[in-house]
Write a protein that binds this ligand. Structure first.
Ligand code: HXC
Length: 261
């Protein structure tokens, strides 16, 4: 079966070394697999070592168990990468946590937990990688956010706030770290099929209903997000920084219309 990744040269990412948080499953597993397929050395990071090790074996990566809420874990992960591969050129911040919850019922700790994983976790991993990315002189911080915060999204106050913060981190890093040869970019995925996120956010028959609000008429695929991540890491994107690329089939710009289709 063809994949959007087929358009890329097999050795496009040779010489790159990537650390991918949340790389054990879902979208970030897809990004890690695509980077490895195209010649990069890849280390995937998440909390669950058994899942990580299985994925690492399947995609040709190494695995380090780490919780992005624990800065010391990330320092160990970066040291492992440097010991094994000698450098680090790319950080993909993809670790995230989410659930549906009405704002009025959500506990402060529920809100904080998602901020801690998504936003603080992005900062923690970025800080742990800073020196190595600067040393590479061709660093990329690629933050995976969402489109939730472009409008108000019911039951998602915690994740929307976290992802808005992640997009702010992307812009700030682009401005502060350009002089060190580091670009910072983001990808904001829309609804992507076969992911934990979709299972959590559109359970049951909400999955089918959701498709009518997507101009493309379908969910995206993990490989379509991975292709965007490859493009942003490739020389073709060398002058792109501070930009968050929306990959959502038009979902976030569509509003329901009472006339026509
Ligand atoms: C309300 C909830 C809740 C729920 C947890 N909490 N689940 N509140 N509704 N469904 C509250 C708890 O009551 C608790 O607050 C606090 O959150 C912490 O919960 P813990 O279970 O102790 O935390 P932890 O074990 O660290 O788990 C983190 C988690 C969990 C986020 C809550 O779901 C998780 O680990 N998820 C990882 C996988 C994941 O979520 N993948 C989907 C990513 S999709 P109290 O007050 O009781 O102490 C994604 C897409 C984003 O991120 C963008 C989409 C477009």
């Amino acid at each position: 079966m063809s994949s959007p990744l087929d358009v890329f040269r097999d050795d496009l990412l040779a010489g790159h070394v990537a650390l991918v948080t949340g790389g054990g499953t879902g979208i970030c597993r897809g990004i890690a697999a695509a980077y490895a397929r195209l010649g990069a050395k890849v280390c995937i990071v998440s909390r669950k070592l058994d899942v990580l090790e299985q994925t690492a074996k399947e995609i040709g990566a190494i695995a380090v168990a780490a919780d992005v809420r624990k800065p010391d874990d990330l320092v160990v992960a970066v040291k492992t990468v440097l010991d094994r591969f000698g450098k680090l050129t790319t950080l993909v911040n993809g670790a995230a946590g989410n659930f549906l919850a009405p704002a009025a019922a959500l506990s402060p700790n529920g809100f904080k937990t998602v901020i801690d994983i998504d936003l603080l976790g992005t900062f923690n991993a970025t800080k742990a990688c800073a020196e190595a990315l600067m040393a590479s002189k061709d660093g990329l911080v690629l933050n995976i956010s969402a489109t939730l915060h472009y409008h108000g999204t019911p039951l998602q106050i915690h994740a929307s706030a976290a992802k808005a913060g992640v997009d702010a981190v992307t812009k700030n890093l682009a401005v502060e770290w350009g002089r060190f040869g580091i670009r910072a970019c983001g990808i904001a995925p829309g609804p992507i099929g076969d992911t934990e996120g979709m299972k959590r956010l559109a359970p049951g028959d909400a999955t089918e209903k959701a498709k009518q609000f997507i101009p493309a008429g379908r969910f995206g695929t993990i490989d379509e997000i991975a292709a965007a991540a490859v493009y942003l890491r490739s020389p073709a994107a060398a002058y792109i920084t501070g930009h968050v690329l929306v990959v959502d089939g038009g979902h976030c710009i569509a509003t329901p219309s009472v006339v026509g289709t």
